[in-house]
Design a protein around this ligand. Structure first.
Ligand SMILES: Nc1ncnc2c1ncn2[C@@H]1O[C@H](COP(=O)(O)OP(=O)(O)OP(=O)(O)O)[C@@H](O)[C@H]1O
Ligand SMILES: [Mg+2]
Length: 416
């Protein structure tokens, strides 16, 4: 049986998953490894030795549980130095309409990625959003159709080169090869969003410990991918600061008593805290705790909205609403907060689409790792490129699309 594995390097935890794919194509998770994250913060490596030992711990646990030795993993990339853009390009194919094949799509994607190249960044994903065949807009899949001119809009995600090299170094130093790299939030989307949500317009937020990754889908494909360097850790630190307690106590209070919307908390509810330097416990109101939490959530929501705005996108396209995932989506009242603050329907996104070890996998903090198992360079209409850029940038500096054709072919096999 074929096995696949994934690795999610989070700020709070490292997760490695192993799954088997059965003859029906169903995926069964057979191994889970989780280790506290050390030497990794907001997707960046802060200490090589600690990062490697955390990864080794997670991999070892997953391997032992699955009873297999891992050779390679699908790796999630998230970072504050991650950004996206949409590039359009047109190619003339022939004066007379001819049948469009994969090579033309490959060429058009290649041209948009060359245009999107930027010093200090590497492209980790390029997904065609839509095609225009001659004057016909809204073509979902031009392969096999006749045309003389093909245009495409491609959603491109890039990330800081230095960050990427260091993350790769950690994985390779752990004795593991990287099968493919994906933006973590695209993996989360793969695990959490329904096709209908992607079609109708949905905003997915993966609120982790150090980062809030987000992705906006319309018409079935991503239009904005971004990251904000604020997550659950900021909430915990705020609680520690305002209540004059240490971070460990603040984290415990957040998990036990935290609520995201202060309006919904009763004035009379009190919780015990032990402030720094005091021998005795004192009481604080649960409402004031909720106020502290709410301020950070407003900041996260404001930042996401502002980013979407600066890209010239109106949030009225989010018809299917907001989906929240990541560990911080477990915060009590967070659904109600986003519903009210953004005035959009909101749900909590749990990873779906895999079998086995369900009770452990059914956790919003596992969305990225589960999605990475499912990721097959295919998030939209079937065309998606993920670059092994380090190897693929030729001497002339041109991005070579090695492997794309194979991926396209395997997709066509799947849909046929
Ligand atoms: N029940 C809960 N209520 C509130 N917050 C929670 C709860 N459970 C977990 N969290 C928060 O979720 C965060 C961890 O989420 P997650 O595991 O998704 O992060 P990560 O992937 O390690 O980090 P990142 O993606 O930001 O690098 C922590 O800040 C933790 O406090
Ligand atoms: Mg995460």
């Amino acid at each position: 049986m074929k096995t696949v594995a994934s690795l999610d390097l989070g700020t709070s935890k490292i997760v490695a998953l192993v799954a088997e794919i059965d003859s029906y194509g169903d995926m069964h998770v057979i191994g889970i490894g989780e280790a506290p994250s050390r030497g990794i913060e907001r997707g960046q490596i802060t200490r090589l030795d600690l990062a490697v030992s955390s990864v080794l711990r997670a991999i070892k646990e997953a391997q032992e549980m699955a009873g297999v030795k891992l050779n390679s993993v699908n790796l999630g990339i998230s970072s504050p130095v991650l950004k996206s853009q949409n590039e359009r390009d047109t190619i003339n194919i022939s004066p007379q309409p001819v049948e469009i094949d994969e090579s033309q799509i490959e060429r058009i994607i290649e041209r948009t990625t060359i245009r999107a190249r930027e010093e200090g960044y590497e492209i980790i994903s390029a997904i065609p959003r839509k095609f225009i065949l001659d004057e016909q807009e809204g073509v979902l899949d031009p392969v096999g159709l006749l045309g003389s001119k093909l245009a495409a809009e491609v959603h491109i995600v890039k990330v800081g080169t230095t960050l990427l090299r260091n993350v790769e170094k950690v994985v390779k130093s752990s004795g593991i090869n990287i099968a493919d790299k994906y933006p973590s939030i695209m993996a989360s989307a793969e695990a959490v969003l329904t096709q209908e949500e992607k079609e109708e317009g949905a905003l997915l937020l993966d609120i982790g410990a150090g980062l809030t990754d987000f992705i906006l889908f319309t018409e079935g494909s991503p239009i904005i991918t971004g990251t904000i360097p604020i997550g659950g850790n900021s909430i915990t630190k705020d609680i520690a600061h305002f209540m004059k307690i240490n971070v460990e106590q603040a984290e415990r209070i957040k998990l036990e008593h935290g609520f995201a919307l202060s309006d919904l908390v009763n004035e009379s509810e009190r919780i015990k805290i032990r402030p720094r330097g005091e021998d005795k416990e004192t009481m604080v109101s649960k409402k004031s705790l909720a106020e502290v939490i709410q301020i950070r959530l407003e900041e996260i929501a404001d930042n996401v909205l502002e980013y979407i705005n600066t890209q010239g996108i109106n949030i009225s396209i989010i018809n299917a609403g907001v989906v929240l995932t990541g560990g911080s989506a477990k915060l009590a009242g967070i659904k109600e907060f986003f519903e009210r603050y953004l005035d959009l329907p909101t749900r909590i996104g749990y990873p779906t689409g895999v079998m086995g070890l369900k009770e452990r996998i059914q956790n919003p903090a596992y969305s990225t790792a589960v999605g990475l198992l499912k990721s097959k360079s295919r998030f939209t209409h079937g065309y998606s490129v993920n670059y092994q850029n380090s190897q693929n940038v030729g001497s002339e500096g041109k991005v070579k699309l090695t492997g794309l054709l194979d991926k396209l072919k395997s997709f066509f096999k799947e849909v046929l």
